[in-house]
Structure formats: structure tokens, C-alpha cells
Design a protein around this ligand. Sequence first.
Ligand code: GDP
Ligand code: MG
Length: 370
Amino acid sequence: PETITVQELANRMSERAVDVVRLLMKQGVMKKINELIDADTAQLVAEELGHTVRRVAESDVEEGLFDAPDASEVLTTRPPVVTIMGHVDHGKTSLLDAIRHTTVVKGEAGGITQHIGAYQVTTPLGGKVTFIDTPGHAAFTAMRQRGARSTDIVVLVVAADDGVMPQTAEAINHARAAGVPIIVAINKIDKPDAKPERVRSELLQYEIQVESLGGETLEVEVSAKERLNLDKLLELIQLQAELLDLKANPDRPAEGVVIEAKLDRGRGPVATVLVQRGTLRQGDVIVAGAEWGRVRALVDDKGKAVSEAPPSMPVEILGFNGAPEAGDRLAVVENEARAREVAEYRQRQKREQAAARATVRVSGLEEMMS
Ligand code: GDP
Ligand code: MG
């Protein structure tokens, strides 16, 4: 049911909350400032105070933000988006760094990359692969909880000297729950005590059967430290991507997901977004979560300004009025009025949810003390 706190209702009418409480009391409704009242009661109160009421349903505000799927004729192949997961210290960061460094050294312009939360490389076969550079299950889960599917392929890193550990199992479960295929990267193969065979058999307990044991899961032995078999890993990712037949329509207003966002001292709110369909351009009016803005500049993972970002490309966006949250979905809208409407609606919702949570906490406390 639709509800609103007394405070929020008062705010929207520019009335004092105590006056609203008093009016409610006169009508026999005893409510405190942080408590929720239903929409009908709120309407009565507002009309009593001489306000005109326009009830806006969520369906009206959010309508059309994320359009229906694109027709298959307009779809073109897009690069895969990869997240590296695995137990702590098994080499996720090392592998991400090694892949980035290797591909940069092999002739990409711009030299050293900067950290924006995701990066894209060109593989030896000439295709592109996007890596989410905030490894860890937290980021993956946060995005999934917001309904954003941000990853096409999980690379599961297992250290050959350590084997399958609790967070390895956790990662397997996350990937499964999200329906994302796994490629197994057995890392630290350079170590004298590496036992890749043991890793393969341990994975069987989690119903992961790698190719060399007759199964279907792609696998590769790597060393992030010695940079062994990184090309092979990239090839497997491309192979898996071909099997998945990943496509998107580049010719439409952009949609995407926020990977990271922060308030930068010099540049203001900065968000790294992964474009998922459409093409994001300078000047686009955008909304993500409860924040909106106009794209002032787009910066790629090499720190270079770009004018547009096609599907699967990660870019930093300058121009938000506030920093959105990781996992927020981004949409391009027609104009600033529309963006403001959506953002303000969501800000109100956030405030109300926070107030409702606070009320629950307070009443819980009162019960404990009585
Ligand atoms: P993360 O916690 O999964 O991100 O793991 P890190 O990338 O931080 O690596 C943990 C430790 O393992 C570090 O000391 C790395 O230098 C080391 N390490 C990572 N990959 C390799 C590898 O391929 N071989 C060896 N010998 N050590 C590695
Ligand atoms: Mg790490």
C-alpha cells in the first residue's frame, strides 16, 4: 500500500509537521512525525490544508525508463563483461593487473592505465574484453541485488597451492545464482608446491567438471606472477563469449550500470558506468538511482576524453549533480525536467524508507524499555 511519513507530507506541502500531527489528531488519528500514514489519509489532510493533491504512482514516474527489449535485427555483437572471483590471496588483483599490463605493453596507446573500476583490453585474436576491476563478491552481489546484470562471464581464480577454499565455493554459488558461466583459472602454477590436479578434483565436489576431466567448463593454468598463459585465458573468454552470442543495440539512448562512484575534490561527482545497450554521448541527460545530470565529459580507462561509449564500454562520467551508488542503473532521458522528476521521486522514496526504518528501530527500542 502507498504510504508517506507525516514529516515528508508536511515537507511537500511546506507546512509544519506539528500542524499535520494536530490535524490528524483532530480526525482521531494518532501519529508521530516519523510514522507512516496511508495515501488516502494523506490526501484528506492535504485537502483540509487547502492543497491540491496529485497522486503519482511509481509506474508513472518510472514508466519507459528501461524500454522493452530491442528487435533482433538491430542487435550487433558486443564484447563480454568479465568479473574475476575467488578466495582471498588466490591472485585476483594480480591477474587483473597482469592482464591489463600485458595488453597495454602490446601496443595500446596511452600507456599506463588509471583505475576507474573497470577496463577494456584487446585480445590477441583482435576482440575486446571488459574486466570489472573491483573484484570481490560484494560488488557483484550489490549489483545483482539492484537487478543489474553486470557480468557475462566469471573467471574463477583458484590458487594451485591452496586449492578450493570457502570463498571459492561462495563465488561458485554467486555465479550459479546469477546464471553466469564460469571459466576456471588455476593460478600460481609457477609455485613448486602447485597441485593443479588436486584443484580439478576438488571442483568436482561443487559440480564443476573441467574439460580435461571430460566436462564442459573451460579451464586454464596460469601464473599472474610469471604472466603465463594470459593469452590463453583471453582466448577462452572470447570463445565463451561466442558461445553466449552476446549482442546489444548500439543505436538507441544508452542504458547501463554504475560500477563505482565518488565525489572527486576537483571534478565533482564522478561515476564509472558500464554501458549495456545504446551509445552514451556527451550532452546526454542521465539519471542513475536518485541522481541526475548532463554528461559534461566522458573519460575512458586510459584517462582519455572520448565523445561516446558503445555497449560493454566502461567510462567515467562527469556531470552528475551528486554521486549515485554502485549498482544503480543508468538511463538516458529526453530532457532535464524528466531527469529531475525521476531523481526527486527516488530521493523522496529513499527518505521515506529511511524514516520508516528509523521508526521501526525507535518503536523496537520503546518495547525493550517498557
Ligand atoms: P587477491 O586477494 O585474490 O586479490 O590476491 P592478490 O593478487 O593480492 O595476490 C595474493 C598474493 O599472491 C600476493 O602476494 C601475490 O604476489 C601472490 N600471487 C598472485 N599470483 C601469483 C602467481 O601466479 N604466482 C605466485 N607465486 N604468487 C602469486
Ligand atoms: Mg585483491
